[in-house]
Each structure stands twice: as C-alpha cells, then as structure tokens.
Design a protein around this ligand. Structure first.
Ligand SMILES: [Zn+2]
Length: 404
C-alpha cells in the first residue's frame, strides 16, 4: 500500500468523516465542521491534527464574519495526491486524473474499434497514464490508485470481465482486467460496472447529491442501468448492468434478442437496434434524407435526421423511445426513484428520444399523482460520470466501511 493509502488506513473514523465533508462541501470553517460532524471543538482539533500536519487539509482563506474575527476556511489540499478514473465502454475508453476533491485535472479519450482488444486497450491506458505523470510532473506514488468503470457482467471480487457483448474487437471474454491494469499501471485498481460508478458520481457530487433514490440509465450500444436505493447501490447478479435492457416488453410478438428471449427492450431501443431498424426500412424501399451508403449509416446520422424532420428517422426514434419509456414506467413503479438520470450517447444526440421517453414514462407510471420524479438529461457529469465515479470509488474505499 502507498504512503497515502497507509495514512488513510490509520486515520480515525472522525478524520475520515472530516475528509469526506471537506471533499463534498469544502471549504468549511471549523464551526461549519462542528455543526456537520456534531462534535466539540477539542475533539475536532484532535481529529484534524494528523490531516493538517500531513497537509491533507490546508487553510484556504477566511470566511464571512458573524461579528469579530473572520473565521479560517479549511479545505483539502488539491495537490496532495491524485486519483485515476477509467471508463472502458464499448464505443470509447476515457481516462481522467483528479485531485482529492475529484476535480478533473486532465482527461483523455479514444474510440474503440475492431483493433481494440483488451491487450491494446490496456496498453494505451498505460501510455496515457505515463503522459499524465509527465505532464503534471508528479511521482507515480502521488497517485492513490485507479478506479475502473466498465461493461458487465463482472466478477468484482476477482476483477474479471466475464462475457460482455458487442465489443467491436475480439478477446473481451473472461478478461482479468483488474490484474492486467495493476501490472500495467503499477497501482492498485478497483473495478465496478460503469453504470454503478456513474450513479455513484451523481449521488456523491452531482445531480443526485440530495437524493437517496436515484435511477441512472446509459443509452448506448446497450442499455446500462445503475440505481441507488435508500442511499445504497442496488446490486444485481454478477454485477451485470444490462438487466433493464432485457426486461421483456413484448412477450407475445416480440423479436428475438441476443440473450435468447423475445421482446426485450434492448431489441428495440439500443443504438444497435435503432441502426438495424433504420437500415432494414431503407432496404425495404423506405425514403430518407440520409444519403450515405446503407452500411456506413450510424446512430448519429439517424439522430441528426430525426432532429431535422426526416420522417423515417423520426418514426424509428419515436418507436424506440416509446418502448424505452414503457420500460422506464415499470422500473419507476418498482423502485420509486426521486431522480431519473438519462444519459449516454443516444440521449446526448437525440432530444426527441429523451422527450418521448419521459413523456411515455410519465403517462404510464402506476401512480399518476406522483409528480415528484425529477428527470435529468445527462445528469451533472454527463460523459464524465462513469470515470469520475470510478475515481470516487478509489477514495471511498479508504473512507468507508461500506462495500461498493
Ligand atoms: Zn434480451
């Protein structure tokens, strides 16, 4: 374990709580901390002593006076250490490096194609981390660790990606991603599925900061879902994040899904399904403003065409979003979230998809009088949510006994 890791391991529960309060709400005065931590000044001073002497916490200025001397503001030392957040998704891989406040200090991104096997992807990640270290002019030991949000199903305890579907490259089966990355980066790595890390980021620091029940959907090549219920992550079998996508919405006439069932949401509402339905319609002679060769058409073309009034694109997006919205209503009925975040490339590119989803969901939910649900397009962190939540997970592992 690194020196920083050892410091956290030895830190008192009060010290961890103070660190956490400053991470989320700092800068704060000692008075602010006393109120939040419900303690007295001598205890707080004792708690803060190691944090201040090791410069994890520093004075950052003075706050407003309520009469008399202006109080000193305390916050985390933004240069004390760094954390890596990695998001391996099917269309792209993203890396961020953050400070202890989880501010993004630097960020890189690459698209994933047929050449991006696990070996190539992890090698590229290693190169980017070298670049971060050189650019920030820091030692590797200044990085506390790396969090990875990736595509399930996972064996989290062993750090293995079991058999995620639809990666463009081959080799993404039974990948011991945690140990490969630990070797490549020479740092400790924690992993979870990307939808969980995203909902964690929104819960800690983003759109869901004040909510205990949050549902997060990432609409991309597949449909990835993460949920927080009563403040805790809802775990599914094998930490898969695609259960919602395989909710059966049409058992009678449903189309065959990759999972072997009929009528799953993913068969109608994922990027893959939308592109397939659009190109099949073109092959059958339907007219569209999209003039590219059929095999080159991607979801961006269809989303753009729908926004500019193309009838076929509108129809396909409309159908996809209506089915998604009906599934969303079922999900809301079961989990009763206060906040629903719809995110991912499809939501980002298609206002139409987003609007039809939420209109349909609101029309179909069981309790029509339930108007307390807040919908958010993209959440607070949008495309950074998965990697930021992965970074948050690294710090949280040291601060909390809670298992993620
Ligand atoms: Zn299915």
């Amino acid at each position: 374990m690194s020196d920083i890791g050892q410091f956290f391991a030895k830190l008192s529960p009060g010290g961890k709580e103070t660190f956490s309060l400053l991470q989320k709400d700092g800068p704060l005065t000692k008075n602010d901390l006393l109120v939040r931590a419900k303690t007295n000044l001598s205890t707080l001073n004792r708690i803060m002593q190691p944090l201040e002497s090791e410069r994890f916490v520093v004075e950052t200025g003075v706050g407003e006076s309520s009469g008399g001397r202006k109080p000193v503001l305390y916050d985390l030392n933004k240069k004390k250490f760094y954390v890596l957040g990695i998001d391996i998704s099917r269309p792209y891989t993203q890396l961020i490096i953050t400070n202890p406040k989880l501010d993004i200090v630097d960020k890189r991104f690459f698209n994933m194609d047929e050449s991006h096997t696990p070996e190539k992807t992890t090698r590229l990640i290693g190169c980017i981390v070298e670049e971060f270290i050189a650019k920030l002019n820091i030692e590797r030991q200044a990085i506390l660790g790396a969090g990875l949000g990736t595509v399930g199903p996972l064996d989290r305890s062993q750090g293995i990606m079991i058999n995620p579907v639809n990666f463009a490259a081959s080799g993404w089966v039974g990948v011991p991603i945690k140990s490969i990355l630990e070797q490549e980066l020479k740092l400790p790595v924690v992993i979870d599925n990307g939808a969980n890390t995203a909902v964690l980021a929104e819960h800690y620091l983003g759109a869901g900061k004040t909510y205990k029940n949050i549902a997060y959907f990432n609409c991309s090549i597949g449909i990835r879902t993460g949920a927080i219920s009563a403040g805790n992550i809802v775990r599914t079998i094998n930490d898969a994040e695609d259960a919602f996508g395989h909710m059966v919405i049409d058992f009678v006439d449903g189309e065959l899904c990759s999972c072997g069932n009929y009528g799953c949401i993913e068969r109608y509402s994922s990027i893959v399904a939308i592109v397939q339905k659009f190109t099949v319609a073109l092959k059958k002679g339907r007219i569209s403003k999209v003039t590219k060769p059929i095999e080159q058409i991607d979801y961006l073309d269809i989303c753009t065409a729908a926004e500019t009034g193309d009838e076929l694109a509108k129809e396909i997006i409309n159908n996809a979003a209506t089915i998604f919205g009906a599934g969303l209503a079922n999900y809301i009925n079961l989990l009763n979230p206060s906040l629903v975040i719809l995110s991912g490339p499809l939501i980002k590119e298609s206002e139409l998809f987003y609007q039809i989803c939420i209109t349909t969901a609101l029309k179909r939910i069981y309790s029509k009088t339930n108007n307390r649900i807040i919908f958010s397009r993209g959440g607070h962190f949008d495309e950074n949510a998965i990697s930021l939540g992965a970074a948050a997970m690294v710090i949280e592992r040291y601060l909390s006994k809670r298992q993620f």
